[in-house]
Design a protein around this ligand. Structure first.
Ligand SMILES: [Zn+2]
Length: 397
């Protein structure tokens, strides 16, 4: 009855970090890596060691101090890159060399200027070399989703034979539709000799807003590692958002039948930590971690929420580490939410009093977008204000 475990591979520090507004210094990377470790991810891609001395140092420092998860270092498919990645990973408790090489005709012809035969040979050699250094080797055929499928199968078979233990299938340009991406994962399982010996991984970009949907389609067809980032940061429109993948696999466990090692209550703190470091935060309506993800303003929704949160919430905010549901008072709010907030502030009102205060509230909300606690206290008639009892949460101090 054991449900398959999905390996969560976090690339916030590599794919995420290389996008605009997201650069981090070594100290910041280390701090974030420690929080990502608390989150319970299985693999942290800490950087691309040959890319810069800063990246090299970050991989080295994270390897030395974050001991539980696998630490991966990225390398192009050549000896110099692989050697440099391995050097940076020397102190890691669980090192992984991640080798990549583009396989689509457009990349081979215009970017790499090599033939398919040369590509196949280069991939095989680089993986063989990485394997001679490190037992855990991942290979990514970059732009896999725009690669001729029979050729992709050939490359995947070759790198498995050369010793790869994880094969990642990147939708580098965010071009796939979910059923296509799922079908590609299924085809690889059907056609590639030796595929049962390796973990197949997803790596989806969000150019058409489908990164999470594509990753989940991959999981449904047997992918057992998902590459993703906190807040979905990454090249262009970003990567699949880790918090959305983790929450979807948890909330819809009935559909996917898999587990992860993610501590869901660390999702929000991790998102906040990233927001404190880089130049932007998730948009307010971002799923799971946005400021409004658990906010309810309309009167009907607020009434339902106060009666039973399950009326409008498929998970509690506490599940993902948000301290409480945020009922925003505004012109769409109803009497139930108003009474609730006033009680929290220490004011109990009779039905007639509430009706009277509600009229004042609606008049104010018409003029003012958001109503703060001070505004509420301001519209209370004096006799009510004088009756205030100290709310329970204030008594501790
Ligand atoms: Zn990527």
């Amino acid at each position: 009855m054991d449900r398959p475990r999905i390996t969560i591979f976090d690339t916030t520090l590599r794919d995420g970090e290389q996008s605009p507004g997201c650069s981090m210094n070594v100290q910041e990377k280390l701090r974030l890596a420690q929080q990502i470790d608390r989150l319970g991810v299985d693999v942290i891609e800490a950087g691309f060691p040959i890319a810069s001395d800063g990246d090299f140092e970050a991989v080295q420092r994270i390897s030395a101090s974050v001991r539980r998860p696998i630490i991966a270092g990225l390398a192009r498919a050549c000896t110099g890159d692989v050697d440099r990645a391995w050097e940076a990973l020397q102190g890691a408790a669980h090192p992984r060399i991640h080798v990549f090489l583009a396989t689509s005709d457009i990349h081979l012809k215009y970017k790499l200027r090599i033939t398919r035969e040369q590509c196949l040979e280069q991939a095989r050699n680089a993986v063989r070399h990485a394997k001679s250094l490190c037992a855990d080797v991942e290979f990514s055929p970059e732009d896999a989703t725009r690669t001729d499928v029979p050729f992709l199968c050939q490359v995947v078979e070759a790198v498995i034979a050369a010793g790869a233990t994880t094969v990642n299938i990147p939708d580098t340009v965010g071009y796939s539709m979910p059923e296509e991406y799922g079908q590609l994962i299924r085809t690889l399982h059907e056609k590639v000799a030796g595929i049962e010996r390796v973990t197949i991984s997803t790596h989806c970009h969000n150019d058409l807003g489908l990164a999470v949907a594509n990753s989940l389609a991959g999981v449904q067809q047997g992918a057992r590692q998902v590459e993703c980032t906190i807040n979905g940061i990454g090249e262009r429109a970003g990567n699949a958002a880790l918090e959305e993948i983790a929450a979807a696999l948890y909330v819809r466990a009935d559909k996917y039948g898999v587990t992860t090692g993610i501590r869901l209550n660390q999702l929000y703190p991790t998102s906040q930590e990233l927001g404190n470091i880089i130049t932007f935060r998730p948009s307010p309506n971002k799923a799971i971690v946005g400021a409004n993800a658990f906010a309810h303003e309309s009167g009907i929704h607020q009434h339902g929420m106060l009666a039973n949160p399950l009326c409008y919430e498929i998970m509690t905010p506490a599940l993902v580490g948000v301290s409480k549901t945020n009922l925003v008072l505004g012109k769409h709010s109803g009497r139930a939410a108003l009474r609730h907030r006033l009680e929290e502030l220490g004011y109990s009102l009779t039905r007639e009093e509430l009706q009277n205060v509600y009229y004042r509230f609606v008049a104010l909300a018409d003029r003012k977008k958001n109503i703060y606690d001070q505004d509420l206290i301001g519209i209370l008639p004096d006799p009510i204000r004088e009756r205030r009892h100290v709310p329970v949460h204030e008594e501790v101090n």
